[in-house]
Design a protein around this ligand. Structure first.
Ligand SMILES: *[C@@H]1O[C@H](CO)[C@@H](O)[C@H](O)[C@H]1NC(C)=O
Ligand SMILES: *[C@@H]1O[C@H](CO)[C@@H](O)[C@H](O)[C@H]1NC(C)=O
Ligand SMILES: *[C@@H]1O[C@H](CO)[C@@H](O)[C@H](O)[C@H]1NC(C)=O
Length: 383
């Protein structure tokens, strides 16, 4: 299995210039007030098909939006871990492998004239970030952004004018932030009457038909009922789950039986926990999983042993109805492929990252997920 070398995680920029910080916007409620004098025209939900970037492990999904007039197709990761829209442009000399947006061909494009940069500090698929090796230089602008046929005029966006080489392998051109406070095209569509939630069906390649539904829930994609968790107070634009316990193979421990806020990021491939938590999880899988010092933060074990290790991880949370619910990551996610510097050692799913608890594709691909911005909650149903 090839290791995911360069999938960038799209979240928690170490530094975001002031210009790149999205504005806080007023959310429309999903139900019109009974006595509203002006009726908003309701928009119907739309579904965007997603492709799975399969590089040995299917943990990253992307789909198309269109930008400008006439529309140019731009492929983006719909990233719940970030909040802005940025994509490769013809101003970028280092975006050689990406389809580039040409702003000179759009009659609705307005240059914002400001430059900024983002350095991503986490994620990188299953790789730890080293220094500023994931950095984008951006130029602000506005243009019409269309998602699934719904158009949002004069939407704030950023053209990528330079990117570090780590982005080169990506088969997509950019990132569409889908944070827990609506911004960009999504805020515009909500103002036009679209319900303020979206849903993701991030299937493994073997199942296919991955999709994101904007403004609704595709109930044909899961069985049973959705279980919702309220976002903890102060979550701001971060999709956060409050969890009282982690367990492995049905067992927990003192370190794992602690309340923690876990970020849910559709743009991150692996799992990150503080070192003590990562060690406690691995202690219940195998004492032979050890830090791989060539890449600080990663862990590994001999490849000929990894596929037989039981490693069922349960992330427990209390649902809105008061019942406990587990999000379960099966053992099959443990192996994320051989290390480049030692192919006999396979990297394991969890990276140590002090100060952050975060899960992404390895959990989300086993559930239908609903990201309810207006209701400040996340919902899950097994698929
Ligand atoms: C995105 O659009 C391109 C054509 O511009 C198409 O080839 C591709 O299949 C589309 N991807 C998805 C996931 O719909
Ligand atoms: C789903 O919810 C409905 C209504 O609350 C309930 O009747 C039904 O038993 C639930 N189904 C499952 C599979 O839990
Ligand atoms: C959640 O997982 C833990 C550990 O495996 C288990 O003890 C508990 O019964 C599970 N709870 C539910 C509601 O499935």
């Amino acid at each position: 299995m090839l290791r995911l070398l360069t999938l960038q995680c799209l979240l928690v920029p170490a530094y975001v210039a002031a210009q790149a910080v999205p504005q806080t916007i007023q959310l429309q409620s999903r139900v019109s007030p009974a006595h509203a004098t002006i009726r908003r025209r309701a928009l119907n939900p739309v579904t965007v098909p997603l492709a799975d970037f399969f590089l040995g492990t299917d943990l990253q999904w992307f789909g198309n939006i269109s930008v400008g007039t006439p529309p140019q197709t731009v492929s983006v990761v719909f990233d719940t871990g970030s909040t802005s829209l940025e994509f490769a442009s013809t101003l970028c000399n280092t975006c050689d492998n990406q389809v580039k947006f040409d702003s000179t061909k759009s009659s609705t494009f307005v240059d914002g004239g400001r430059t900024s940069s983002i350095t991503f500090s986490t994620g990188v698929g299953v790789d730890p970030v080293v220094g500023a090796n994931y950095r984008l230089t951006l130029r602000s602008a506005t243009d019409t952004v269309t998602v699934g046929g719904l158009a949002a005029p004069a939407t704030s966006l950023f053209l990528i004018t330079n990117q570090t080489p780590k982005f080169d392998i990506d088969p997509f051109s950019g990132i569409q932030g889908m944070g827990a406070r609506a911004s960009g095209f999504f805020a515009s569509l909500i103002a036009q009457g679209l319900p303020s939630l979206f849903s993701m069906y991030l299937t493994p390649q073997a199942i296919g038909n991955a999709e994101m539904t904007v403004g609704g829930i595709d109930t044909t994609k899961f069985k049973g009922n959705l279980t919702f968790a309220s976002l903890p107070a102060g979550s701001s634009s971060t999709w956060t789950l409050n969890s009282p316990q982690l367990s492995v193979n049905g067992k927990t421990s003192t370190v794992l039986r602690a309340t923690r806020n876990i970020i849910f990021d559709s743009g991150t491939s692996n799992i990150l926990f503080p070192t003590a938590t990562a060690n406690a999880l691995y202690a219940l899988i195998s004492p032979d999983i050890v830090p791989h010092t060539a890449e600080p933060g990663t862990y590994g074990i001999a490849c000929n042993r990894i596929n037989t290790l039981p490693a069922v991880i349960d992330i427990t949370f209390t649902a809105q109805n008061g019942s406990p619910f587990n999000l379960t990551i099966p053992s099959s996610e443990l192996n994320v492929g051989p290390f480049a510097d030692n192919p006999a050692i396979c990297q394991t799913l969890i990276n140590a990252f002090d100060g952050l608890s975060l899960v992404g594709g390895s959990v989300l691909k086993h559930y239908y997920s609903v990201w309810d911005v207006g209701g400040a909650r996340m919902g899950f149903a097994a698929i």
